[in-house]
Design a protein around this ligand. Sequence first.
Ligand code: C5P
Length: 265
Amino acid sequence: VIPQRLFGKTVVITAGPTVEAIDPVRYLSNHSSGKMGFALARACVEAGAQVILIVGGKVALPTPLGVTRIDVLSAQEMLIAAEQCVAGTHAALQLEDEEHDHDHHHDHDHGDCDCGDEHLESLPTADNLVADIFIATAAVADYRTEEAAPQKIKKTQDAMSLSLVKNPDILATISHAHPELFVVGFAAETQDIEHYAQGKLIAKDLDMIACNDVSRADIGFASDDNAMQVFFAERYNQDSAILDKASKDNIAEQLAAMIGDTLLQ
Ligand code: C5P
């Protein structure tokens, strides 16, 4: 029996790569498999949580049982979905509500519409927050094309260049907008793990960060295994923890347990 450390908690997780359109048939992306995020979603459900998994790109992994899955493509779409999920205003959650609980009358304000870039400025406030925990495992593309071409780009020129602009930092945006959320980040580093982890913990105002050493060929990215070092925000007074190489499912179970224990402190 798995301890229900996350019972009654709502967890929003981002997973997979993001896909940034160049034109209607081409895109920029990365090799993220989404496995760590899916494993975490499963582990959080097993620990008793309600889980919403926001999946970027074109991840074909099966959705773990009991998880509400929302597919998006780009970083901008992922940010909007993350904000709406954390606030409980995402259309997919309203549908679920109605399916699960026909008899209840919902009198909270859903707004007129549930999607689109124009709603970024009307981001929800802390008052209507429904999530307790936000975990960012997604490998968000750092840059996107300034503008996707409306038509397929023709190969008429010998050389071409793309103009790229920086994507929003989803984790930092959510964390800064909602200080009461328990926020967990991931980091892939090749050196000075502790130094960079502590830097991100502070810069993105995280409660916890899990880092893996991507210079090792046997773990991370497409692999089924992972090994991690976990750091906590100073206020928890908690030493960093080392999770030895194990399956991503096993690592995810350990991380879910750590999140539950830290949250209860
Ligand atoms: O800064 P760096 O990309 O190394 O940070 C990694 C962490 O930040 C991961 O948890 C990742 O999911 C999150 N992230 C994000 N949005 C970005 C870049 C990173 O949510 N644009």
